[in-house]
Design a protein around this ligand. Structure first.
Ligand code: XIL
Length: 373
C-alpha cells in the first residue's frame, strides 16, 4: 500500500471512530468538531472539566446521581470539581464530626475513571456560606484560638484527600465587589488579613503537591471594575507578604452582554505580570436576559463564550477550564437567578435531553484555535 493510501485509510478509520464516539454519547452530532472536549484540550496542554454535585437525588445539585450525566463527564472531562461537597457547610456542618462522605463518593468516581480532581474550597470568606455554629463560635474566639481552628480544619481536609487534589481553591470570594475591600466576616474580624495568610500556609503544608488558587467572580462587565481593582490589590498583597498563592481562579459566570475587552485584558495582563497562573473555574453563561426562541438564545450564549474563551486562551498561563455543570437542568442558576418568564435557563454545554448545544461547539472551536501551551 502506498503512503497516500495509508494516510487516507487512517483518515477513514479516524473518522469512523470519531463518528462512533459522537453517536454513542449523544445520538446527535457534535457539530464541526467530533472529538471529546478533553481530547481537543489535551492537544493544547489544557485540562477540561466540570463540577458535579452529590446532592440528594432529585435536587438541583444532584447531578452525581444521574448516570447519563456521569457518562458525559467520562467522555468529555479530564478533571472534576465537587460542586458543594468540600465546602465547610458540608464537611463541618456538625460541630463535632467531619463529614467526608459525599466528597469521598465523588473522589472515588474520579479515581476509578482516571479523572483529576480540584478542591473547592477551604475558606469561603462569607458568613452566609459557613455553618451557623462555626460563625458563632469563631466570632467569640481570640486570634490564637481562631488560628488553631483554621489550621486544624485545613490540615484535616487536605490530608484526607491527599495527593488526589490537583489544585485547591484555598480562599474563595474574599473581595467585596461593591468596595473592593476584603470582606468582613468573623474570620477576618478575629484574624484580619492573617485569616487568608494562615489558610494558604496551612494548605501548602498539608497539600504540598497541590496548586493553590485564589478564586473569585470578578468579571469583564463594566459593573465589575471595583471588584477587579480589589482583587488586583489582594494579589499584590499576597506577593508582598509572600503568601503562597499560585494562581487566580476566574469563576467566569458570564451574562449575555458584551464584555469590556480592553479593561478585562488590562486586568488579566496585570495578574499574569505578577507571576500568577490562571484557571477558568466555574464557566457558564446565563441566557436570563436573552429573548427569542431556543436557537436564538443558544446562539447568543455560544457567541459570548467564543468571544470570551478566545481572549482567555490567548494567555498561555491558562491551563484548566471547568464548567459549573455540563447539563442545563442541574445548573445552580436555575434557582439562583431564574428568567423573568420562568423558562428554564440554558447556560451549560448540554441540554436537558443530554444533547450537545452550540455552547459545546463554541468551547470545542475555541480550544481548537488555541495555541499549545
Ligand atoms: C453554588 C452551588 O452551585 C450551589 O449548588 C450552592 O447552593 C451554592 O453554591 N461561586 C462559587 C460556587 O464559588 O461555590 C457557587 O456554587 C457558585 C458561585
Amino acid at each position: 500500500m502506498t503512503s497516500d493510501n495509508n494516510a487516507s485509510r487512517r483518515q477513514f478509520v479516524n473518522g469512523m471512530l470519531a463518528g462512533a464516539l459522537a453517536s454513542c454519547v449523544t445520538r446527535g452530532a457534535f457539530g464541526a468538531e467530533s472529538r471529546a472536549i478533553k481530547a481537543i484540550a489535551a492537544d493544547k496542554g489544557i485540562l477540561f472539566g466540570s463540577s458535579v454535585g452529590a446532592g440528594r437525588p432529585g435536587t438541583l445539585a444532584g447531578s452525581f446521581n444521574d448516570p447519563r450525566y456521569l457518562e458525559i463527564l467520562k467522555t468529555e472531562c479530564s478533571i472534576l470539581v465537587p460542586e458543594n461537597e468540600l465546602k465547610s457547610y458540608v464537611i463541618a456542618a456538625e460541630r463535632d464530626r467531619y463529614n467526608f462522605e459525599p466528597g469521598d463518593r465523588i473522589a472515588e468516581f474520579a479515581k476509578t475513571n482516571g479523572l483529576k480532581l480540584r478542591g473547592h474550597n477551604l475558606l469561603w470568606n462569607r458568613a452566609e456560606y459557613t455553618p451557623k455554629w462555626l460563625i458563632e463560635w469563631f466570632g467569640a474566639q481570640n486570634a490564637q484560638e481562631g488560628e488553631r481552628w483554621l489550621r486544624e480544619y485545613i490540615q484535616k481536609v487536605c490530608t484526607h484527600y491527599g495527593d488526589q487534589i490537583h489544585s485547591w481553591d484555598v480562599v474563595n470570594e474574599t473581595v467585596e465587589p461593591k468596595t473592593g475591600e476584603i470582606r468582613e466576616t468573623p474570620f477576618t474580624r478575629v484574624l484580619g488579613f492573617d485569616a487568608l495568610r494562615i489558610a494558604y500556609e496551612a494548605a501548602r503544608e498539608s497539600a504540598p503537591h497541590a496548586q493553590l488558587v485564589y478564586n473569585d467572580y470578578m468579571s469583564w462587565g463594566a459593573e465589575d471594575e471595583k471588584h477587579r481593582t480589589g482583587v488586583l490589590r489582594l494579589l499584590q498583597q499576597f506577593k508582598a507578604r509572600k503568601v503562597p498563592v499560585d494562581a487566580l481562579g476566574i469563576q467566569s459566570h458570564l451574562g449575555s452582554g458584551a464584555g469590556q475587552h480592553r479593561e478585562w485584558k488590562a486586568f488579566v495582563d496585570e495578574v499574569v505580570a505578577m507571576g500568577y497562573r490562571l484557571l477558568i473555574t466555574e464557566f457558564d453563561i446565563s441566557d436570563k436576559d436573552v429573548s427569542g426562541d431556543l436557537k436564538a438564545r443558544d446562539t447568543r450564549v455560544a457567541a459570548v463564550a467564543r468571544d470570551y474563551l478566545d481572549m482567555m486562551f490567548s494567555y498561555r498561563q491558562l491551563d484548566q477550564v471547568l464548567c459549573w455543570g455540563m447539563v442545563d437542568k442541574y445548573s445552580w442558576l436555575q434557582r439562583f437567578s431564574p428568567r423573568a418568564d420562568k423558562a428554564p435557563l440554558r447556560p451549560d454545554p448540554y441540554d436537558d435531553l443530554y444533547q450537545p448545544k452550540l455552547l459545546r461547539e463554541a468551547i470545542a472551536a475555541a480550544l481548537m484555535s488555541a495555541r499549545r501551551r
